[in-house]
Write a protein that binds this ligand. Structure first.
Ligand code: G3D
Ligand code: MG
Length: 239
């Protein structure tokens, strides 16, 4: 091999080697850089979210301190499902048999701490479920922020009527009004037996963008939870 040939070959070899090493190095660097960039972006997103969440919390607190969380909440459902009993349990923490028939509407107010440090003032509109009050009910629905849609776990008919109630609420209070679906008188299931299909009730609620909760105004079970859950849903739907 001549000297010239050797030099060309050596240089060529060096060149290939240099190119390959360069390419590998570039690849590693780019990968590392990409990784680094990804990490930086992730940190930024995380911090931004934290800041947004933090800001939301501050806004909520200021808002609740200024009592701007004043929410009109409807209690709806057929007659004698326990609407008045539920609101009495919730506000006064008591249960009384023989509440007089709700004529038209009763309005009661209570502050709810729906999350730690976040308070909303609910004005609860306990609406008469009787057929004959139908003509005035629609005017009570106006401006409502949310609703508890109640049926009686021991009377199948009141469960069957819930779709009609939901249509009525949505018609007069707005299509997207948050609501919680309540099966009340859970304390009686043991004696009376279950007259509805729980899974069906649950999937009905979920399909309508809500949740299903079983309560007892008599024992107090899940009553606070129902009102708190509704408040959370209302606030979250506005944020
Ligand atoms: P309404 O406001 O929906 O019309 P009410 O219903 O609160 O007036 O309740 C109707 C009846 O159901 C009342 O019985 C009440 O005591 C009873 N009731 C309500 N909630 C419960 C519950 O969780 N468990 C049991 N066991 N009974 C409940 P009366 O006998 O007064 O008609
Ligand atoms: Mg009543």
């Amino acid at each position: 091999m001549s000297y010239f040939k050797f030099i060309t070959k050596f240089n060529g070899y060096k060149k290939i080697k240099y190119n390959t090493v360069h390419k590998i190095l570039k690849l590693i660097c780019i990968n590392k850089l990409n990784k680094l960039l990804n990490i930086i972006i992730l940190i930024l997103i995380y911090r931004k979210n934290k800041i947004i969440n933090y800001n939301n919390q501050i806004i909520r607190r200021v808002w609740s301190l200024m009592s701007s969380f004043k929410l009109k909440v409807l209690l709806t459902g057929a007659a004698a499902v326990g609407k008045t009993s539920l609101v009495q349990r919730f506000i006064k923490n008591r249960f009384q048999a023989n509440y007089k028939l709700t004529v038209g509407v009763d309005i009661l107010t209570k502050d709810v701490e729906f999350r730690a440090g976040e308070i909303a003032t609910l004005s609860i509109w306990d609406i008469g479920g009787q057929q004959r009050f139908e003509f005035i009910r629609s005017t009570f629905y106006k401006g409502a922020a949310g609703a508890l849609l109640v049926f009686d776990l021991t009377r199948e008919q009141t469960y069957a009527e819930t779709r009609k109630w939901l249509t009525e609420i949505r018609q007069f209070a707005g299509e997207s009004i948050p609501f919680v679906f309540i099966g009340n008188k859970a304390d009686l299931i043991e004696d009376v037996g279950l007259v509805i299909d729980r899974d069906e009730a649950r999937s009905f609620a979920e399909n309508e963008g809500s949740i299903y909760i079983e309560t007892s105004a008599k024992t107090g079970i899940n009553v606070d939870e129902a009102f708190t859950e509704l408040t959370k849903r209302i606030i979250d739907s506005r944020m």
